[in-house]
Write a protein that binds this ligand. Structure first.
Ligand SMILES: NC(=O)c1ccc[n+]([C@@H]2O[C@H](COP(=O)([O-])OP(=O)(O)OC[C@H]3O[C@@H](n4cnc5c(N)ncnc54)[C@H](OP(=O)(O)O)[C@@H]3O)[C@@H](O)[C@H]2O)c1
Length: 209
């Protein structure tokens, strides 16, 4: 796969057959998650869609099944559970359910997140952006400060590319944008900070693991 030529999520899975492979997509019923989910379905993958709003989630599943361009079957989608990233109890309950139900999941596409929301706190009392974006991911979110506005189908290409590319062809711990390794922000490279954050997340989630 030549990453330089990939522009959209659909192009990132072009030619692949993901039958019998299971992908978990958080926040799959909105924005980039929707486009990533559709791309994976087009390649015959099974997807677990999870968001915090059961009604929106079920409507999304109905829309997918009715979308004639996708031609997918009901058993390609698992949307029976919801999960609120703002609640460690909810995340823990969902993680246990998935662990028991599936022997193997190819990729956890941890796409759900928030950015520049009004001040607030999660149910567990963490600052809302930090609490929502890092609990399940356990790593800091890195942003590019990109100026070109992309369509969701283009924005979802990198997460799909990284999900379907064999692990041995990716570089662990690197920041990917436009389906290739890009430099990340200076602050994300401060020695020790990543470990400090990882250890902190580990500590505060201990009782839910
Ligand atoms: N769009 C971009 O250009 C861009 C660039 C860099 C990074 N990102 C990151 O990529 C991710 C997806 O971006 P997007 O533009 O697709 O965002 P989006 O359209 O706002 O979708 C975010 C998704 O996250 C879910 N979510 C938010 N809080 C949640 C919670 N507490 N529990 C469970 N789900 C929750 C939302 O569900 P609800 O509908 O229930 O709120 C929604 O499905 C975000 O993490 C964003 O920060 C986006």
């Amino acid at each position: 796969m030549d990453s330089k030529l990939i522009m959209t999520a659909t192009e990132a899975i072009k030619g692949l057959n993901l039958t019998n492979k299971v992908y978990l997509v958080t926040g799959g019923y909105a924005g980039l998650g929707t486009e990533a989910a559709k791309a994976l379905l087009k390649a015959n993958a099974k997807i677990i869609i999870v968001g915090r709003n059961a009604e929106t989630q079920q409507k999304f599943v109905t829309d997918l099944l009715n979308d004639k361009s996708l031609k997918i079957s009901q058993n390609q989608i698992d949307a029976e559970q919801t999960m609120d990233l703002g609640s460690l109890e909810s995340v823990s309950k969902f993680a246990k359910h998935i662990y028991q139900k599936y022997e193997q999941i190819e990729t956890l596409m941890l796409n759900a997140g928030i950015m520049r929301t009004p001040a607030g706190k999660t149910k567990d009392g963490f600052e809302i952006q930090m609490g929502t974006n890092s609990k399940l991911k356990m790593i800091p979110k890195i942003r590019t400060g990109q100026i070109k506005i992309k369509k969701p189908e283009e924005g979802a290409s990198t997460q799909v590319f990284c999900s379907v590319t064999p692990y041995s062809e990716l570089e662990n711990g690197c920041y990917y944008a436009d389906c290739k390794i890009e430099p990340s922000s200076k602050s994300s490279n401060i020695a020790g900070d990543a470990k400090k954050l990882y250890d902190y997340c580990d500590e505060v989630t201990k009782k839910y693991q």
